[in-house]
Design a protein around this ligand. Structure first.
Ligand code: TRP
Length: 409
């Protein structure tokens, strides 16, 4: 869909368009593509000035860690990066780093797409044995949506339970609500102000498309999302030491971190490294990402097995043919088929996945059968997630969210 050109800016010595006429629209609030296969990610790498995660980087990952890389990396679901080679080089010479990611709590349940960056973080945390900080931007959601401070704060805590259910190590993970933590930690607030001192209205206008009628809370917010990339914002974890930071996130969050990377050197910090993921497509097709505000396009972590089954059968866009005869003859198109696309995210077995693609493309596997494979995979996955979430006690939640020292030397 056609967004108009909002602005061109120069930051980090790269000129970028927030919205390009005729191109895919990708920013923190909008993801729309005109193509059935979704956003053109190679184009996005050029437009954003990031680097492709190529075979050489994957080989290095395996060499440095001695582990097979996660299937999200293997399959190009995380497809773009900034400075990942530097993180690996440092790691090889024994220099530590930490992980930072986040979530804007705009619904009390998270959906399947929200899990992706967190699952990669869990894997990275285990493989590299590093601390992880998770920012819940309840402040952001109250500023952008029709949600009160109290509601946003409550949803942050509900989301924290979903995040804990993914399986993070409490000794190495700090989860915080902005509304709570910023008032508790002077060092965080000071870094926020230092960043606000480095960025002009003109710059954020260019990056985020703010205008004269934007509330001032929005204009100041990018500094809030930048601050966790400075290790001194967590004195209880890092003892006021400057430690490099790696941020796994969906590519739509990159504008925040282009700004962060621009200000870091001016404050004596290294630029945070990034790993960017593709979007998790909506049930109706890859033209948009899954969104918590569209119940029919979304599978929530809280859905019942029946809801899950119905949503996939009714709404998942099919790359199959109109009739069985035609399908047997021509075969299906896995590249636009949502059930197949979801399997790429959640079916870890490479050989099985390959066989399913072959069978679907040849017409041997029908749409209904493909959907059933997905339903049978996701049902236990979601049920087990719900079970783990129910086991998160108030005490455990409190522990994750209390500023404290982590298992990190
Ligand atoms: N703005 C993000 C959202 O709306 C939340 C977020 C904060 C985040 N810090 C982050 C996401 C760091 C990824 C990485 O969901």
């Amino acid at each position: 869909m056609s967004g108009e050109i909002v602005n061109n800016i120069e930051i980090d010595n790269i000129s970028l368009n927030v919205q390009d006429s005729g191109d895919d629209v990708v920013d923190p609030w909008t993801v729309v593509s005109t193509s059935q296969t979704g956003v053109d990610y190679d184009k996005l790498i050029k437009r954003f000035g990031s680097s492709k995660i190529d075979q050489e980087l994957l080989d290095r990952f395996e060499k440095v860690t001695g582990k097979k890389v996660h299937h999200y990396l293997r399959r190009g679901i995380f497809f773009s990066h900034r400075d990942m080679h530097t993180i690996l080089t440092n790691y090889e010479s024994g220099k530590p780093f930490y992980l930072y990611t986040g979530r804007g709590p705009s619904s009390s349940s998270m959906h399947l797409g929200h899990l992706i960056p967190f699952q990669l973080c869990k894997w990275l945390q285990e493989v590299f044995n590093v601390p992880l900080v998770i920012q819940l931007t309840d402040d952001e959601k109250t500023l952008w949506k029709d949600i009160s401070i109290e509601e946003a704060h409550k949803m942050a805590y509900e989301n924290a339970k979903d995040i804990i259910a993914i399986g993070f190590d409490v000794e190495k993970t700090f989860i915080f609500s902005d509304l709570d933590y910023i008032g508790q930690c002077p060092e965080f607030y000071r870094n926020m102000i230092r960043i606000q001192k480095c960025v002009t209205f003109n710059q954020v206008k260019g990056i985020f498309g703010f205008d004269d009628s934007s509330v001032i809370g929005k204009i100041a917010f990018p500094a809030v999302q930048a601050t966790p990339a400075l290790s001194t914002s967590f004195p209880h974890i890092f003892n006021n030491k400057k430690i490099p930071c790696l941020i796994p996130c969906a590519i739509d969050q990159d504008p925040y971190f282009r700004m962060t990377r621009d200000v870091c050197p001016r404050m004596g910090f290294t630029k945070p490294a990034l790993l960017h993921s593709k979007f998790f497509p909506a049930l109706q097709g890859a033209q948009t990402k899954m969104s918590a505000s569209e119940a029919n396009s979304t599978i929530f972590c809280s859905d019942t097995p029946k809801q899950l089954k119905n949503k996939i059968n009714k709404h998942a866009f099919s790359g199959g043919q109109a009739t069985v005869e035609e399908h047997r003859k021509i075969g299906g198109n896995a590249d636009v088929d949502i059930a197949y696309q979801y399997l790429r995210f959640f079916l870890e077995d490479d050989e099985k996945l390959e066989q399913i693609k072959k069978d679907y493309t040849s017409g041997a596997l029908l749409t209904g059968e493909l959907k059933k494979i997905l339903i049978d995979l996701l049902t236990p996955l979601i049920t087990e997630h719900q079970k783990r979430r129910a086991e998160v006690t108030d005490e455990l939640l409190k522990k994750f969210m209390t500023p404290r020292s982590l298992n990190f030397s």
